[in-house]
Design a protein around this ligand. Sequence first.
Ligand code: S3P
Length: 447
Amino acid sequence: MTAAQLTARRAGPLKGRVRAPGDKSISHRALILGALATGETTIEGLLEGEDVLRTAAAMAAFGAEVERLGGGRWRVRGLGGFAEPGDVIDCGNAGTGVRLILGAAAGFDLSVTFTGDESLRGRPMRRVLKPLGEMGATWTARSGERLPLTLRGGGLKHIAYRLPEPSAQVKSAVLLAGLHADGGAEVVEPEATRDHTERMLRAFGAQVEVADEGRERRIVVAGGQALVGTAVRAPGDPSSAAFPLVAALITPGSEVTVEGVLLNPLRIGLLETLREMGADLSVTNLREEGGEPVGDVTARHSRLRGVVVPPERAPSMIDEYPILGVAAAFAEGPTVMRGLAELRVKESDRIALMAAGLAACGVGVEEEPEGLTVIGTVRGAHGVAGGARVATHGDHRIAMSHLVLGLASEAPVAVDQPGMIATSFPGFVALMQGLGGEIEAAPLPEA
Ligand code: S3P
């Protein structure tokens, strides 16, 4: 049975070495490319969170043989393409899952219906449907351009597409469709976003051209390329590692090391920002694993100061703003975060929910249409009050961020719908408890 609430309270320092779960972005892509390829793909360190398990089930529905070998090891035998599934594809809470699979499926002569949970059914799909439509795919949706919708793929033609918003999901959808389009596909990003699709396509034997043109990036894939199964290793997810690392930074006396964290330059915006805030962060054992830079990251309790986060850094830390908001709450002086329009269409409206959650915990915040300023603590004054029940609207990162806050605030903090944490970080509570964090399945004690 899943608890209705989880409560975090301040205890001693956090100490220890842990491994973050496998990277969510890489895990989705490994399953999808494995299913599109011919031959065998083995995946080590796959994130066995609910989002990724939905993608695994979807790949089986499209005809791939998908086997869980245990201990995060998986085997996929692809057909070299997708067959029409016999049933609706339910992507649960996963925006990445559905958008990438829409792109991959569009390349084949099939019809398929996609749906998701309440949050995913409310999220915009036009961003992928527009370019896929220009390539020749068609769809019908019950209401607007949202799930549930039925896609008809096949007969795609070339597209040269300039992304209106920096989105690795949309880029990836177009590139995956381009693999099976006459003439391939070209995507121009206004700012570079995570490039795991490009890197992994190469590992599966595809040719992908990438050219930087000022801040823009142009990516070209030729059509008719066959993928060949390969061995993939998913490193630790920096977006998950962020929670124990920030918890250590804000809890006096703490020192925590997260091992094997993916340090792709397009994913480390949070680490850069925390360093600018004065965080004591160090990386050791820097190495390359499966074409991606990986290292062990150590965080020690630090006196943080507020900063202005450059808006152009947003794509490299887009999922980390909620936990940055928590770090900012414990920093001296304001932290200004702008250029965050995309945060309003994530698993929840993350600007609104962080503003509400932090305010409920006694933190000064100013919400803007595309930004958030966290006022931070004042030297000599008390720390963060806490003492709130936070409504997460089923958003895993809103839940984990406020639990981390509760580990260092004066009064405990409770979050609702904690079961959703399993979408991206199934072992979060046990991992934090192992470091000494007090998180329990109980409501907030009455004041
Ligand atoms: C992801 C891209 C980002 C990110 C998401 C994972 C990916 O979304 O928020 O969690 O794996 O491509 P957008 O592409 O919508 O920015």
